[in-house]
Design a binder for this molecule. Structure first.
Ligand code: ATP
Ligand code: MG
Ligand code: MG
Ligand code: MG
Length: 566
């Protein structure tokens, strides 16, 4: 590619509304441009990086036996009504209506669509297992789109859906996906960690998130320093950060819960003095062994339904973050121990359909960590009163080692769905005995744009991006210091041709610009290798080969530059 003809508008100035390094650098390096809140255009350089991730994802999904499809983005409301998610999904679902008044939505995820396809086509156990995936645009009307591609409204996701005959089959498929995800993020050159996770509004029981470790991450994970154990601490995006645990109203004295026992929703809501509208995190307040309030992050209605099922309708109430802080003296999404009013206990839940997702074996009383799978630690199911918070001073629930809390970016998420969707939608198959049984499903997502952003978050310096080689849009940039000098230009073109012959993706900086501008842009773009064709060519016949990551530079005879660079 000739830079002079390449659509690569770089920016010298830091864009005002970009808070994170990856957002700033993707704008400055001419990778993306914003069209509207959370909606971006991918420019050629940005698209190249996205394609790198997509290709790695595609290769590993294919290798793991999944087959690529492409599902529609516009999804009829009827399908979502079948699973009940039309009413429950909340405002992230962008609902639309066509000219005939038929309701539809823009797909934020594709469980309904894929289950509809499979129920019509799959008949027999002989058709199983089946794993279908796509790499496509999703739309989620995020309440707070931010950080560029990190949290967009329109974004590219790889989503896969698996269908097995039984739980054992699903276990095998899930393991294969877990392994494929590890390979994918390793191949992307990322520092990441798989952690046990919440199953959120998707449902199901087992789930892992793949977290790229980075300071700007919106999640907090507890990671063991001695074994592979890791879990999402489920920090609510709107809550204070662990470095600022007293932000907000934590100064106030915790308020006493006077009367224990069962309460009606109205009583508790009145008692807590809050509207049910600001829900941030799943957390139950228990007085005298009875849950009196719940704090729920995410989808309001869905969580309410789950809570009602779990607790019985008359013990349900929702509280906002400030209230729980007032009651417990702790910030929500906290990462340290909570001191409670003695008559109040904080209980963490997040599946809420069962109490499987608590941690046990932690040291501190009256404290909790969510996002940990219950059965996984060989612990019995606790009573509300036994719930603990895992802090950095607590031992790892699996091996007793030291836990570290780290910020992470969720780049991938895998779930066991079980028969939740197949039962709701009547997706069945005939087993070898001719008996009709529901398909056992899993689903597996990767944020493609978010992975590129996370890679930049993890790999940059003061001068710009430092692309991991596998994600770099070009492997080499050949910078001709003065294109008006015919000999330099010819040498640059020769090296460029040699690189191309070797199959490298190369960018020839043939612009009529000053050397300083070219160096700055090359640093900004983060291309792993720069070959500088300058004054040394006439003096010694050599060019410079510089590694972006280390800035190591060596002089190499021009004729060997391409070979040395790769
Ligand atoms: P988050 O917790 O960040 O909102 P999620 O749990 O809602 O993400 P999933 O439903 O698990 O997301 O979707 C699978 C993957 O899609 C995520 O792991 C993430 O990489 C990506 N993703 C989700 N939402 C967005 C978004 N708004 N912008 C970019 N990528 C996203
Ligand atoms: Mg989300
Ligand atoms: Mg999440
Ligand atoms: Mg997720």
């Amino acid at each position: 590619m000739y830079y002079s003809r390449y659509f690569l508008p770089t920016l010298k100035e830091t864009p005002a509304d970009a808070e994170t390094a990856s957002h700033r650098l993707m704008l400055r390096a001419g990778m993306i441009r914003k069209l509207a809140s959370g909606i971006y255009t991918y420019l050629p350089l940005g698209l190249r990086a996205l394609r790198k991730v997509e290709n790695i994802v595609r290769e590993e999904m294919n290798r793991a036996g999944a087959q690529e499809v492409l599902l529609p983005m516009v999804q009829p409301a009827e399908l979502w009504q079948e699973t009940g998610r039309w009413d429950r999904y909340g405002k992230e679902l962008l609902r639309i209506e066509d000219r005939h008044g038929r309701a539809a939505c823009l797909g934020p995820t594709h469980e309904e669509v894929i289950t509809d396809l499979v129920r019509k086509e799959v008949r027999s156990y002989r058709d199983l297992p089946l794993n279908l995936y796509q790499i496509a645009t999703k739309f989620r009307d995020e309440i707070r789109p931010r950080f560029g591609l990190m949290r967009g409204r329109e974004f590219i996701m790889k989503d896969a859906y698996s269908f097995d005959a039984d739980e054992e089959g699903l276990d095998r498929t899930y393991q294969a996906m877990y392994a494929a995800y590890n390979r994918i993020f390793e191949r992307c050159g990322l520092d990441f960690r798989p952690v046990e996770a919440d199953t959120g509004t998707i449902g199901g029981d087992t789930s892992h998130e793949f977290m790229v470790l980075a300071e700007t991450g919106e999640d907090v994970v507890a990671a063991c320093t001695a074994c592979p154990f890791g879990a999402n601490v489920e920090l609510a995006p709107s809550s204070p950060t662990p470095s600022d645990p007293t932000a907000g109203e934590a100064e106030e004295t915790p308020r006493r819960v006077e009367t224990p026992g069962r309460r009606t929703v109205e009583e508790v809501t009145a008692f807590l003095e809050v509207p049910a509208s600001r829900l941030v995190k799943t957390l139950l307040l228990v007085a005298d062994g009875r849950p009196v309030a719940a704090l729920v992050r995410g989808d309001h209605e869905l969580n309410e339904v789950k809570l009602q099922r779990h607790l019985g309708a008359d013990t349900l109430a929702m509280a906002d973050e400030a209230t729980v802080r007032r009651l417990t003296g702790a910030p929500v999404g906290f990462a340290g121990p909570v001191r409670l009013d003695p008559s109040v206990r904080v209980v963490a839940d997040h599946g809420l359909e069962s109490l499987r997702n608590f941690v046990c074996g932690a040291g501190e009383a009256d404290a909790h960590l969510v996002g940990v799978n219950w059965g996984a630690h060989g612990c019995p199911r606790p009573e509300f009163a036994d719930i603990r918070l895992v802090t950095e001073s607590d031992p790892c629930p699996r091996c007793g080692g030291r836990l570290e809390l780290k910020r992470g970016i969720e780049v991938g998420h895998i779930f066991k769905l079980g028969t939740k969707y197949s039962e709701a939608m009547g997706a069945t198959f005939l087993d070898p005995d001719g008996k009709e049984r529901p398909l056992v499903m899993g689903c597996y997502g990767i944020g493609v744009g978010r992975t590129v952003a996370a890679a930049i978050e993890q790999n940059h310096d003061a001068d710009g991006i430092v692309f991991p080689v596998p994600l770099a849009p070009f492997q080499v940039i050949v910078s001709v210091m003065n294109v008006r000098d015919g000999a330099l230009r010819a040498a640059g073109e020769e090296i460029y041709r040699a690189l191309r012959e070797r199959g490298a993706e190369a960018l020839l900086d043939d612009r009529d610009e000053r050397a300083g501008v070219k160096f700055k842009d090359a640093d900004l773009l983060g291309i792993p290798i720069r070959i500088t064709v300058g004054r040394k060519l006439a003096e010694t016949g050599s060019v410079e080969v510089t590694r972006r990551a280390t800035r190591e530079t060596e002089d190499v005879p021009a004729a060997q530059a391409a070979q040395r660079a790769l």
